[in-house]
Write a protein that binds this ligand. Structure first.
Ligand code: UDX
Length: 463
């Protein structure tokens, strides 16, 4: 991320972000401070707030810590765990707390409800309450009714739905280069304030950010819409992305049967502008904290509204099947019985360039291998600490080569570019039998076979 200078000319708006030490809240807070607004991040997690006050980020995201320190130093960004200090005199209060999945897949709104009840006592003058958290249609109205019930005499507020589309590992990039900004609102006054807030982003005037060809582009599209549509845009986008992945994984399975190569097929499809090439990488399926959770929540919303959604259910089922298909490939190479076989797993995060292991499909694969009696060892270039604290039972290795000594099968589960740099001739010598299941299509099949590996990937000719 290049060095950025805050806008001198921006009309600084006072913003508070509740849930401001979480991923979405923190990236949004730092981004808004960077464009010149006056931001306070409020979070119940005192440990994270203390860390942030020392200028240290609790999440690893390229460029984030630099901008954190810069904006704190410039007096535009502060942190507190005390709502009473953090809310007034904000003109816009973002709610960016988590909405984890309940057992039945529905979004758990307890944090959203709790912070709404807590923050209302501290509002001063006219305030826009902007919901960033991904919430089902109807939640905004619920928040509004809580605010109305508890608000003090003379206080005025409006509600806005302003969903985020940040990808982990690219959070700041996505903040400064959004494909679109969605603003769901009933009130013109609130809508105008939100436009003012995002003006430097919309017109791409943040210094230092648009050094590439991007600065020649048109303004960022702003979708001014109603509250319900804004919330649905977020769910429908994530469900569509999930559907692309399930679709390409299903086509990959078919490619294996008919001798086609999924990489060639995705490339050929991607030239059609109606389809596009991104988000068509066959692999282990979609993991992480958002896609599956939001898809399940959308299915629950449909159930609650008596709307059949067989396609959405199939997207989810296909993703679950993908883990089983990878296990089947490991069995095929290991001679079908996994009992006491040494299986080395590379990659524990849900995708490359993050240390996040939430809802990582790698952990599901490991659980399944363990269930089959395999002796699993795991290596990851960044997430060993996270995994060790949450799964102390796993055998982890700090060194990829050490993890492979006498291994029967190597299974690659995350597309870390570091795995491309390894010495595969040495790996072959270390393993008991030279077998690789590449569940991310990271390596070159011909090269691996030339080294003498039995090599299996997704949607390409096997073994
Ligand atoms: C996603 C959305 O992209 C973002 O817009 C939303 O706000 C939050 O959820 P993120 O969870 O960070 O972002 O990950 P993303 O990069 O979208 O990948 C999700 C999962 O899909 C990963 O497990 C990834 O490995 C997998 N994936 C992605 C594929 O298997 N194939 C692809 O072609 C793309």
């Amino acid at each position: 991320m290049p060095e950025i200078d805050a806008m001198d000319s921006v009309n600084a708006i006072k913003v508070s972000i509740v849930g401001g030490a979480g991923y979405v809240g923190l990236v949004t807070g730092i981004g808004l401070a960077e464009v010149g607004h006056q931001v306070t991040c409020v979070d119940i997690c005192a440990d994270k707030i203390e860390k942030l006050k020392r200028g240290s980020s609790p999440i690893s995201e390229p460029g984030l810590e630099g901008l954190l320190q810069k904006n704190m130093g410039a007096g535009r960004l502060s942190f507190t765990s005390d709502l009473e200090k953090g809310i007034p005199p904000a003109e816009i209060v973002f709610i960016a707390v988590g909405t984890p999945a309940k057992d039945d897949g529905a979004a758990d709104l307890s944090q959203v409800i709790q912070v709404t009840e807590d923050l209302v006592r501290h509002l001063q003058g006219y305030t826009v309450i902007a919901i960033k958290s991904t919430v089902p249609v109807g939640t905004v109205e619920l928040v509004e009714s809580i605010l109305r019930r508890h608000k003090r005499e003379g206080e005025e507020f409006d509600i806005v739905s302003n969903p985020e589309f940040l990808r982990e590992g690219y959070g700041l990039y996505d903040f400064f280069h959004p494909d679109r900004i969605v603003i769901g609102a009933r009130s013109e006054r609130a809508r105008q304030l939100m436009h003012e807030l995002y003006e430097p982003i919309i017109y791409r005037t943040v210094k230092g950010v648009y050094d590439d060809a991007a600065d020649a582009r048109d303004p960022v599209p702003v979708i001014d819409t109603d509250l319900a549509s804004a919330q649905m845009i977020k769910y429908a986008s994530n469900a569509f992305l999930a559907a692309r992945i399930s679709f390409i994984n299903e086509i990959a399975a078919l490619c294996e049967r008919v001798g086609a190569d999924i990489k060639e097929v995705a490339k050929g499809m991607g030239y059609d502008p109606r389809i596009g090439r991104t988000y068509l990488d066959a692999g282990l399926g979609f993991g992480g904290p958002c896609l599956e959770k939001d898809l399940r929540a959308l299915i629950k919303i449909a159930e609650n509204n008596h709307c059949p959604v067989s396609l959405l259910r199939a997207v989810l089922e296909r993703n679950e099947q993908q883990v089983r298909e990878v296990i089947a490939k490991v069995k095929q190479l290991a001679g079908y019985l996994l009992y006491k076989k040494i299986i080395t797993v590379f990659g524990l995060t849900f995708k490359a360039n993050t240390s996040d292991i939430r809802n990582s499909l790698s952990l599901r694969v490991i659980e399944q291998l363990d269930h089959e009696g395999a002796l699993v060892r795991a290596y990851d270039p960044v997430a060993l600490c996270e995994v060790r604290s949450l799964h102390p039972e796993l055998v982890l290795s700090e060194d990829p080569y050490e993890a492979l000594i006498h291994a029967d099968v190597l299974v690659i589960l995350t597309d870390w570019p570091q795995f491309l740099e390894l010495d595969y001739a040495r790996i072959k010598q270390l393993m008991a039998s030279p077998c690789i299941v590449d569940a991310r299509n990271l390596l070159d099949p011909a090269e691996m076979r030339a080294y003498g590996f039995r090599y299996c990937s997704i949607g390409r000719a096997g073994v």
